[in-house]
Design a binder for this molecule. Structure first.
Ligand SMILES: [Zn+2]
Length: 74
């Protein structure tokens, strides 16, 4: 009676993407979602997502726009 055994489907992928999702921020200035990806200790880069759902995302200016803002000395 145990032939109806089905392996448990681990939603690891879902879990991971949800976790990563919390780090994704939305830049109102360039209308793009972005996040800082940490490669290793002290090393990181900013990833930009053009087509990303912005609902519920933290509104924060991205690194690129921050730099642009700082370079407003014409
Ligand atoms: Zn931006």
């Amino acid at each position: 009676m145990s032939n109806d055994y089905t392996p448990k489907k681990y939603k690891k992928e879902n879990y991971d993407s949800k976790r990563a999702d919390e780090c994704v921020k939305y830049c109102k200035t360039c209308k793009v979602c972005w996040e800082i990806i940490k490669i290793s200790k002290g090393k990181s880069y900013t990833a930009y997502y053009g087509n990303y759902p912005t609902y519920g995302k933290i509104r924060e200016m991205c690194e690129r726009c921050k730099k642009d803002l700082g370079a407003h000395e014409y």
